[in-house]
Design a protein around this ligand. Structure first.
Ligand code: URA
Length: 239
């Protein structure tokens, strides 16, 4: 890995702002290769240099992964002139280079993976990956059995090609679970619309092996561990 400014390295690893890092450096709390370092612009090699903050090793994580329980009303983008974005919930974290993996509509809720790992995002989103996404939906009326079967079996939503087969499970009070492996624009709403239903509420509850942590309130997030992420990786692409 290339070299990096010490303040950027510390900001990325600790989540502190660059101005806070400047204070920390000035206070002499950081050592690089056992020498106190106070210069924020010092160039270090994250792979080989040893950095300590308050005598504890600081380990560089090239990639970080978060699960966000997206609330309705924010957009799945990194910047927006008018609306709150999904990155706005990460107050106090350094989120340079982070982005949501795929999109949920502004009025949709639920599981959104936020990372700076482009390769993982590509694997999860590429049509050939066939990663299963599960959505909980509330409809404007009870789902009839013949319509459930229609939605499961390559329903035509007006695109060049019909949808790939889906799994649909009817639940109580006009609700259902639907699993799809594609990620077309407004796909779930359009699949139900093609069968004559309006989706009143939509929440993503799973993506591949990752399940929404029900302990997360809307707008809440948690950092994902290696155990969470490893099953989503294609092993051969990582050293
Ligand atoms: N399908 C939709 O229609 N909307 C979403 O937000 C996600 C999937």
């Amino acid at each position: 890995m290339e070299n990096m400014r010490l303040d950027k390295f510390l900001s990325n690893t600790t989540g502190e702002s660059r101005s806070r890092i400047k204070e920390i450096l000035k206070a002499g709390r950081v050592k690089v290769n056992s020498e106190t370092a106070k210069d924020p612009s010092l160039k270090i090699f994250p792979d080989t240099d040893s950095v300590e903050l308050d005598s504890k090793a600081v380990v560089y994580e090239k990639f970080r992964y978060y699960m966000l329980n997206k609330p309705a009303g924010c957009v799945s983008a990194t910047k927006d002139k008018l609306s709150e974005t999904v990155l706005d919930f990460f107050r106090g974290e350094n989120m340079d280079g982070f982005f949501p993996v795929g999109r949920l509509d502004k009025d949709s809720e639920g599981l959104l993976l936020i990372t700076n790992d482009g390769m993982l995002a590509h694997n999860l989103l590429s049509p050939s990956g066939h990663v299963e996404k599960v959505y909980f939906v509330e409809l404007d009326r009870k789902l009839e059995e013949d319509d459930r079967i229609k939605i499961e079996n390559e329903i035509d939503i007006g695109d060049d090609k019909p949808c790939l087969p889906a799994k649909v499970e009817t639940k109580e009070n006009n609700t259902a679970l639907i699993s799809i492996t594609e990620g077309r624009f407004h796909q779930v709403k359009r699949m139900f619309a093609a069968a004559g239903y309006e989706v009143k509420y939509l929440k993503r509850i799973a993506m591949g092996s990752l399940f929404l942590d029900e302990k997360l309130k809307p707008g809440g997030y948690r950092k994902l561990s290696d155990e969470d992420i490893c099953p989503l990786r294609k092993k051969e692409q990582y050293g």
